[in-house]
Design a protein around this ligand. Structure first.
Ligand code: SF4
Length: 135
């Protein structure tokens, strides 16, 4: 759990996997919202209601916190924590850009991936979907 400046809490999860050669792949599963307005019946986050969207820096900070806790660099990012990323697309895309800049600044960095089926589309397409009404 990460406490935000306004004392709200979000979940973020680090998932380390070591392959046969001893290389560690560390996946960060980050939240994009405090709570979630979609209220899927099977989901504890949805039952807790919705408070607000996260800012881009609050998403990036989750990745940095995981790197600190695991003392390793994050190689993959998935937006499968609290919230629906498509409802906070502007900040999610800003975080994505920032994380990729972080990636580019490292040598031999693995790709930081957004793994959610529709996130496989390119940013231009996603920006067309976003009309600002959810922020
Ligand atoms: S966090 Fe995901 S699964 Fe849970 S209510 Fe929101 S959209 Fe549904």
């Amino acid at each position: 759990m990460i406490k935000l400046e306004d004392n709200r809490l979000v979940e973020t999860v680090g998932m380390p996997v070591t392959d046969d050669k001893g290389s560690v792949r560390l996946t960060a599963c980050v939240s994009s919202q405090v709570g979630c307005p979609l209220r899927c019946s099977f989901c504890a986050t949805g039952k807790g209601g919705f408070a607000r969207n996260l800012k881009a820096h609050e998403i990036v900070e989750q990745v940095l916190a995981i790197e600190e806790v695991f003392n390793n660099r994050v190689t993959n990012v998935v937006f499968m924590g609290m919230g629906e990323p498509m409802l906070n697309l502007k900040e999610v895309l800003a975080a994505h850009r920032c994380l990729n800049k972080k990636k580019e600044s490292r040598e031999n960095e693995d790709h930081v991936k957004l793994i959610k089926d529709y996130m496989a589309r390119n940013e231009t397409e996603l920006s067309k979907i976003y009309d600002g009404s959810y922020v």
